[in-house]
Design a protein around this ligand. Structure first.
Ligand SMILES: NC(=O)c1ccc[n+]([C@@H]2O[C@H](COP(=O)([O-])OP(=O)(O)OC[C@H]3O[C@@H](n4cnc5c(N)ncnc54)[C@H](OP(=O)(O)O)[C@@H]3O)[C@@H](O)[C@H]2O)c1
Length: 282
C-alpha cells in the first residue's frame, strides 16, 4: 500500500520537485495550488511516468473558506494521510489583504496551513506514523513578531512581513509539538536554502533577479530538485521517522532563531491563529 502525501504549492518550484521525487519513491500524491492547468498536467505526467495515483485539487491557501472546501474534498476521497507538506508560500511587493481581511503574506504562508493542518489532523491520525513538514526559510532569522501587528501591519515592509510569516511557521511547529500528545504524528520545519524557482516572480523581474543574484553571489543557489532534498528527507527517511519539533537545513538539525524558541510567542501565535480560524486546535 502506497503512502499518501499531500503537498501544498505543488504547481511550481520546491513543491513540484518534491512531487516528482516522492513519485519516484512510490508515494501517492494529493497536489494543490491555484494553477489548475499546471497541477493537472503535473499529476497526469506523474501517474503515467511513475505508475502512482496522484491528483490535483485546486485551493487558494490564503482563503480560509477555500481551505475548508479543499479539506472537505480531501476527506471525502481519502481515509488516511501519511505526510502533509505545508509548502505553498509567497512574498508581495505591496500590502494586500486576503479575502478574510488578513495581511496576505501571513494568510498565505502561515494561517491557511494552520487551518489545513487542523482540518486534516484526523486523517493524519489514521496513519501508522504521520509526518507534517513546514517549509520555512532562513528569512525567519532576525525577525521579531508583534502579535498585534500581524493581521493589519501598521507599516508594510515585504521582507519583514515575509520573514515574520516564516517565523510563524517555526513557532507553529514548536507549539504543535508541545500540545500534541499523539506519538504517531511528528512535525518539523526546514529551510530549503536559496532556490531558483518562481519565488519573487510575482514582484517583477528585478526582484526575482535580485533574489537569484543574492544566492549566486554566495555560490549557494540551488535547483528546485536540490531545494526539495530536505523536504524529501523529512517525508521519507527512516532516520527521522520519530524526530519531532526540530528545524532542519541541508538534511541536518539546525538551531532556528532565538525568537522562535520564545514559548510565550508560540502560544500567542497559536491562540491568534485559532481565533482567526474560529477553531480550537489541540
Ligand atoms: N525559493 C527560495 O529561495 C526559498 C527560500 C526559502 C524558503 N522558500 C519557501 O519555499 C516554499 C516554496 O516556494 P518556491 O521557492 O518553490 O516558490 P514558487 O516556485 O513560487 O512556488 C510557490 C508555490 O506556492 C503556491 N502558492 C502561492 N500562493 C498560493 C496560494 N495563495 N494558494 C495556493 N498555493 C499558492 C504556488 O502555486 P500557484 O501559483 O498554483 O497557486 C506554487 O506552487 C515557500 O513557502 C517559500 O517561502 C523558498
Amino acid at each position: 500500500m502506497n503512502k499518501i502525501c499531500l503537498i501544498t504549492g505543488a504547481t511550481s518550484g520546491i513543491g513540484r520537485a518534491a512531487a516528482k521525487e516522492l513519485s519516484k519513491l512510490g508515494f501517492d500524491l494529493i497536489l494543490t495550488g491555484r494553477s489548475e492547468e499546471e497541477g493537472k498536467k503535473l499529476s497526469d505526467s506523474l501517474n503515467k511516468k511513475y505508475k502512482i495515483n496522484s491528483e490535483f485539487i485546486r485551493c487558494d491557501i490564503s482563503a480560509l473558506k477555500d481551505v475548508r472546501l479543499f479539506a472537505e474534498k480531501v476527506k471525502s476521497k481519502y481515509d488516511r494521510l501519511d505526510v502533509l507538506i505545508n509548502n505553498a508560500g509567497s512574498r508581495f511587493s505591496e500590502y494586500q489583504k486576503s479575502s478574510d481581511e488578513i495581511e496576505l503574506t501571513f494568510a498565505t504562508n502561515h494561517l491557511g496551513h494552520f487551518l489545513l493542518t487542523y482540518l486534516l489532523i484526523d486523517l493524519l491520525k489514521r496513519s501508522d506514523k504521520a509526518r507534517i513538514i513546514n517549509v520555512s526559510s532562513s528569512a525567519h532569522y532576525g525577525k521579531q513578531i508583534d502579535i498585534d501587528d500581524l493581521v493589519s501591519p501598521k507599516e508594510y515592509n515585504r521582507s519583514l512581513v515575509y520573514g515574520r510569516s516564516k517565523l510563524a511557521n517555526v513557532l507553529f511547529t514548536y507549539e504543535f509539538v508541545k500540545r500534541n500528545d499523539n506519538p504517531n504524528i511528528v512535525m518539523n520545519a526546514l529551510d530549503p536554502g536559496g532556490v531558483a524557482t518562481n519565488f519573487a516572480k510575482n514582484e517583477g523581474l528585478i526582484h526575482w533577479l535580485k533574489h537569484i543574484a543574492y544566492y549566486i553571489a554566495k555560490r549557494q543557489l540551488l535547483t528546485p530538485k536540490q531545494g526539495a532534498e530536505t523536504v524529501i528527507y523529512l517525508a521519507s527517511s527512516e532516520e527521522v521517522k520519530d524526530v519531532t519539533g526540530k528545524f532542519f537545513f541541508e538534511k541536518k538539525e539546525k538551531k532556528s532563531s532565538d525568537e522562535s524558541y520564545d514559548l510565550a510567542k508560540s502560544k500567542q501565535i497559536w491562540e491568534l491563529s485559532e481565533k482567526l480560524c474560529g477553531i480550537k486546535f489541540l
